[in-house]
Design a protein. Structure first.
Length: 106
């Protein structure tokens, strides 16, 4: 459902003559609307984790998230820390995966 909603949003923006900037790594003032922010930060964020789970499997996903939470409770989880934890717990290089989602196509 979220995937189809995201593509519907992108289709509407393009039909109105706009472009969809898929870069999630920008300041709030750089988003053109609340809708753009919601679709990129929340919906695309959910898609990132859904696709990551498909890639590494449910067991590895839950283990990675549990490890991240246990090692960083009461702290701030940065994007780099998230990637490092997932790479360490899965044994896979995932930087390219995360980069493609966070920065969009280049």
């Amino acid at each position: 459902m979220f995937r189809s909603n995201f593509f519907a949003f992108a289709t509407i923006v393009r039909s109105l003559g706009g472009q969809v900037n898929l870069n999630m790594n920008r300041s709030l003032t750089e988003f053109t609307s609340t809708s753009e922010y919601v679709y990129l930060a929340y919906v695309r964020g959910m898609l990132l984790f859904s696709d990551l789970e498909r890639l590494i499997g449910r067991t590895a996903m839950l283990y990675s998230l549990r490890t991240l939470a246990q090692q960083n409770k009461f702290g701030i989880v940065t994007p780099n820390l998230l990637i490092e934890t997932f790479e360490a717990t899965t044994g896979h290089a995932l930087g390219v995966f995360f980069d493609a989602y966070v920065h969009g196509p280049r």
